[in-house]
Structure formats: C-alpha cells, structure tokens
Design a protein around this ligand. Structure first.
Ligand code: SAH
Ligand code: SF4
Length: 381
C-alpha cells in the first residue's frame, strides 16, 4: 500500500507559498488573495464554498492542502465559562484548545471577553513535576498550520453557536499560548503561526493581545525580544528561589534565576510592556511567606505583574493547593512589595490552567472508545 504523507494544512498557508503553488499551475497570483480570504476571513470548511474560484482550481486545492487538519473529538464545557476542546490531528495525536469566557460586569454572556488558549506541541519535554502535559513526555511539535487551525476550530464553533460578525471580525479578544507544550521550544512554527494570526491577510489580530507563556527558555526569550511582532510574554516562575524552582522545574538547572531574570528584563525593555510572572501555589512546596516576599521583590525589580494560580489537582500527582487562608496570606505578602497581583478564583476550578489533563485522561483510557462518556472525566474542582 502506498503511504501518502498528510497534506499541509491550509491554515499554514502564506502569500508566497500560495503564489508559488499557483504559479506552478499557471494560475494568476490574485487567486492567492482570494483563497486566503476564504480560509482566514470567511473560515469556510469546504473548498466548494470558495465560489469565486474556477471549478478546476477548486478541484485542485484539496489535493494540495488540508482544510481541516484538526477534528473535534470532545467539547467539555465547564459552567458556560470554559470550553475545553479535545482535537485529534491527522496522525491521531490529541491536543487541547481552550476557549475561556470571562463575563464582564453588567453585560450578558455574549458580551464576555473571550480568550483562546493554544497548544504548540503534543506533550512536553520539560517535565515540570506538577504538570499533566509533561507527564507523558514530548511526542512531537505542531506545525504552524496546526497551531493556526486551532484558532479556526474555535472560530467555527463560536460562529455556529452565536452567528458570524458580518465584518468577519474574529469571535475572541485575546490569545494565550499556554496550552500543551513549551511554545518557545517550537519557536519557528510558533512565530509563523503568530505572524499569520497577526497579518492583514490572516486574522488581522493585534499582537498586543497575544501572550506567549514560557517555562523560561532564555535564548528564545532573547530572540523573541528582538522580533518585530510585539506579543506579550508570561513567564512560569513557580519558585522565587533556585532551591524551590529546582525541585519542580528541571529547566531551572539549565537556566537558573540569575540567568532567567535578566532575560525577562531585556524583554520588558525592548517591548515596553509589563511581563507577567505566573506562580502556581502548591501547598508545602512554594507557598511560604519567604517565597511570597522574594516573589514580590523580583516582580518589583522587573516591574512585572504577578498572576497567582492555585494548583489544579492532576490525577497521579501528589500535589495539593494551599488552604484559602494560606493563599490569602501569600497574596498579601506579595502586595507588600507594591506590585500588581491577581489570583485566579474561578468557581468550580480553573480548567484553563490545567491544559494537558483532558488529553492525558483520554490517552490513558485508549484504546477504549475514543470518546468515553463525559462522566469519566473528573473535571477540575
Ligand atoms: N510550557 C509553557 C506553557 C504551557 S503551561 C509554560 O510552562 O509556561 C501553561 C501554564 O499552566 C504554566 O504556567 C503552567 O505552569 C501551568 N500549569 C501546568 N499545570 C498546572 C496545574 N496542574 N495547575 C495549575 N497550573 C498549571
Ligand atoms: Fe511543559 Fe509548561 Fe507543563 Fe512545564 S508547565 S511541563 S514547560 S507544559
């Protein structure tokens, strides 16, 4: 049997790539603009819907590109706030994409701020001790098209639900690259994907509304600082001293705090925007008053925002979140350094911060039915 490799995703197309494909077929270059408009602006899921293209071209395109490289296998909604999508890629790998709706005060659900959380790898090689994505290790990097396809998947879902904005405006307000994987370990694909999301021929979505989260890959933070694309940066700190960080994040042995923090400072300097320091609160690991005080000093020094995240339990891992009192004491202590601090307080747990958990559960249940009953998921909280 002849093996045919998967087609490149249409979501990974760029104007030059499309132009050379068209030129090989003696098609005029302006068809490229039309195709990109159908893909990113109209977000069609069928080549036949591209009605202003000649029939022969419509027939050739499906042999060149994959319009649907992701397949929705599970949509787990948590109390109307979070939609966690489990997507299957062409090779059978599973990734997670999350849509978070943060209701705005005094306005209805349809007015809520919507944030998409994207995955960049299948699994993760960095093995942070508390994280579901790292548990099963790294399987592969996503292509730029597979990263962008997650945005298309969410757009189609939202537009099927609540209608399409007549101007083609995207149905979300922010993108966070905080799903499965370490985005900066898949740097080129990440950058290509963000470029498409930002480009006028792509989603035309502001780079300042995109946040990339990293566990602290120093060379790539410095590269990102030099890019023209002005996205935001969040750094997963989770330990305010090397001693604590070493215990839970193996990456700290390669890039300890004295190397990481100057890189974060450089990013802030070149981008002129506050970086966010993410800090998961794990009982008896990093929730002491001393850690809070040191975190406050670091954030003050870097002019960084602190985002505290009470730990979400992961099956098979021993960690717990601290008591509410202990969380409060931690917040208060950080505030003493006069830095901006937020703490996530979603009712029913925060499934957004726990990317990787849904996939892990389904992978563990395989080869049983691909879509087990919803009740077999513990959910968060
Ligand atoms: N690899 C990148 C981005 C993906 S992880 C990074 O580490 O930043 C996204 C965020 O979710 C990170 O801050 C990560 O530490 C956090 N996270 C992972 N497991 C979690 C859990 N069980 N509870 C709360 N946050 C978690
Ligand atoms: Fe990878 Fe981030 Fe999880 Fe660490 S926290 S294992 S870097 S996904």
């Amino acid at each position: 049997m002849k093996f045919s490799p998967p087609l490149p995703p249409a979501a990974g197309l760029t104007p030059p790539a499309l132009e050379s494909w068209l030129a090989e077929r003696a098609e005029p270059a302006f068809r490229g603009r039309q195709i990109l408009e159908w893909v990113f602006h109209h977000r069609v899921a069928d080549w036949e819907e591209m009605t202003n293209l000649p029939r022969a071209l419509r027939a050739a395109l499906p042999e060149g590109f994959d319009l649907e490289p992701t397949r929705l296998v599970l949509d787990k909604t948590s109390s109307d706030v979070t939609d966690k999508l489990l997507l299957e890629l062409r090779d059978g790998s599973l990734i997670e994409t999350v849509l978070i709706r943060a209701p705005q005060q005094g306005v209805g659900q349809e007015q809520s701020r919507r944030t998409i959380c994207l995955s960049t790898q299948v699994g993760c090689a960095y093995g942070c001790r508390f994280c579901a994505s790292g548990l099963a290790g790294w399987k592969r990097d996503l292509s730029a098209g597979e990263i962008v396809a997650q945005v298309l998947e969410v757009c189609r879902l939202e537009e099927a639900r609540s209608g399409r904005d007549p101007t083609g405006r995207v149905p979300f307000d922010n993108i966070v690259v905080m799903g499965m994987g370490e985005p900066l370990a898949n740097y080129d694909a990440l950058l290509a994907a963000l470029t498409t999301i930002n480009a006028p021929w792509g989603f035309n979505f502001g780079a300042r509304r995109i946040t990339v989260s990293t566990s602290g890959l120093v060379p790539q933070i410095l590269s990102l600082a030099k890019e023209a694309l002005q996205c935001r940066l969040a750094v997963s700190l989770h330990g305010a001293t090397n001693e604590v960080r070493d215990q839970i994040m193996p990456i700290n042995r390669k890039y300890p705090l004295e190397v990481l923090l100057p890189a974060v400072r450089e990013f802030t300097r070149s981008h002129g925007r506050m970086v966010t320091l993410e800090f998961i609160l794990i009982a008896e690991v990093n929730d002491s008053p001393e850690q809070a005080a040191r975190l406050g000093e670091i954030a003050a020094d870097l002019h960084a925002h602190v985002n505290l995240i009470p730990y979400n339990r992961v099956d098979g891992l021993p960690w717990e979140r601290p008591s509410l009192e202990r969380q409060e004491a931690f917040v208060e202590q950080v505030r003493r350094s006069r830095v901006s601090v937020t703490i996530r307080r979603e009712k029913g747990g925060d499934i957004s911060a726990a990317c990787g958990q849904l996939r892990l559960k389904v992978e563990q249940d395989r080869p049983a039915p691909l879509i087990p009953s919803f009740s077999s998921f513990t959910g968060q909280g």
